[in-house]
Design a binder for this molecule. Structure first.
Ligand SMILES: Cc1ncc(COP(=O)(O)O)c(C=O)c1O
Length: 377
């Protein structure tokens, strides 16, 4: 299987290059790398971690290969990397001292849970787990506000839950595991109000999958409202999950203490190759545009095919779909794994749900084939 996928990817990349879509042909070594994901050699299709299945951009690939000869050096001794943070800040429309770099945004979320542990955390349920799980682990009281029946953040209820004992509010928009969004206008109004009482952290891991006007970042608020901070990652549209590049953006008065908390690790925490890839990826918007288009096509296909099986997935704005399992008997994820599909399922407030990441069209076709043969409603 692996070699046939290799071939297909090779053809795909070659034809995209021919179409002038900005792809350069990967080298043979990189072609191999595209399919060596967990279990792929055993025929397993990994739809569990919301990764970008198309791999890092050709520009990033080339830059990483070019940097291999410098990996005996610390990052601060490599001249081109000295400008990475500045370039990222420019890309985000802020200044360099408003950005804290972390090895993946998960690390940033853990840091926030620890740094703002003086009071309660208010967040949604369900939501992305790292920040609330870290908060619980260190003894912070976590107030979890259920999503609306449409699986959207209930902003009025969250606002009501914030009081003088709240230190931190965490919202993931677009939301994980549901794939829903709140409008920028509603989120802005919420952030401004909530930040009068607590620090508000908006996790924008999936924002690049959105179209305008929904893709407006809350970064625009940080200068006027120092209690608002934004978390971002290169793991999703940039396809760099294994390279671990994340960041926090905020007012200098927020970033400086976080940086001081993080100081010793921040100096060395991101590898030379990761920074190199991220720096090059910022200059490769064609790659992100094509990933986004392909994701939309595969997501629409999957959503419609699930509907034919009478499964109403939550309309998603991201690279994953969340769908109800109704009275499905047994453990859905375990059953799917037996069929070589790796995805997530869980029970939320007494209801069974599954989350499937959007892979390539071929992977989603195989997923649907397995669903057609095995779905027990
Ligand atoms: C909402 C959200 N935030 C943050 C992350 C962490 O990403 P990373 O640590 O790879 O940057 C994820 C990963 O899936 C996520 O879904």
């Amino acid at each position: 299987m692996a070699s046939s996928v290799n071939r297909r990817d090779w053809i795909k990349y070659s034809s995209l290059a021919t179409l002038g879509l900005g792809f350069r042909m990967p080298t043979m070594g990189n072609e191999e790398g595209i399919v060596k994901s967990y279990g792929a050699d055993r025929g397993l299709i990994n739809l569990s971690s919301n990764e970008n299945p198309y791999g890092i951009s050709p520009g990033a690939r080339e830059a990483v290969l070019g940097m291999l000869g410098e990996t005996h050096r610390y990052q601060y001794n490599i001249a081109p990397l000295k400008t990475f943070k500045k370039e990222l800040a420019h890309h985000l429309g802020v200044s360099e001292n408003q950005v804290l770099l972390t090895p993946g945004s998960g690390e940033a979320l853990g840091l926030l849970a620890r740094s703002y542990s003086s009071g309660k955390l208010v967040t949604a349920y369900p939501t992305f787990g790292i920040l609330p799980a870290t908060a619980k682990k260190i003894g912070t009281k976590v107030v979890e506000i259920p999503l609306t029946p449409e699986k959207v953040h209930d902003l009025p209820a969250m606002l009501k839950a914030i009081d003088s004992e709240t230190a931190l509010v965490y919202i993931c928009n677009p939301a994980n595991p549901t794939g829903t969004i709140v409008s920028p206008a509603a989120l802005k109004a919420f952030c401004i109000e909530a930040s009068k009482k607590a620090v508000v952290a908006i996790d924008e891991a999936y924002i690049d999958f959105l179209d305008a006007p929904d893709n407006e970042s809350m970064i625009g608020l940080i200068q006027q409202h120092p209690n608002i901070i934004v978390i971002g990652t290169f793991s999703k549209i940039h396809a760099m999950a294994g390279l671990r590049v994340g960041y926090v953006v905020g007012h200098l008065s927020r970033i400086k203490p976080l940086e001081e908390d993080y100081f010793t690790r921040a100096q060395f925490s991101m590898s030379v190759l990761s920074m190199t890839a991220a720096q090059a990826s910022l200059k490769d918007p064609d790659h992100h545009r094509i990933s986004k288009q392909k994701n939309e096509q595969a997501r629409t296909y999957t959503y419609n095919e699930l509907k034919k099986l009478h499964i109403n997935a939550v309309p998603s704005y991201t690279n994953f779909l969340f769908f109800p399992l109704g009275n499905y008997p047994g453990n859905f994820a375990d059953d799917m794994l037996k069929q070589q599909i790796f995805l997530r399922s869980d029970v939320y407030s007494g209801e069974k749900w599954a989350r499937v990441s959007i892979g390539t069209m071929e992977e989603m076709q195989q997923f649907i084939q397995v669903m057609k043969a095995n779905w027990k409603s």
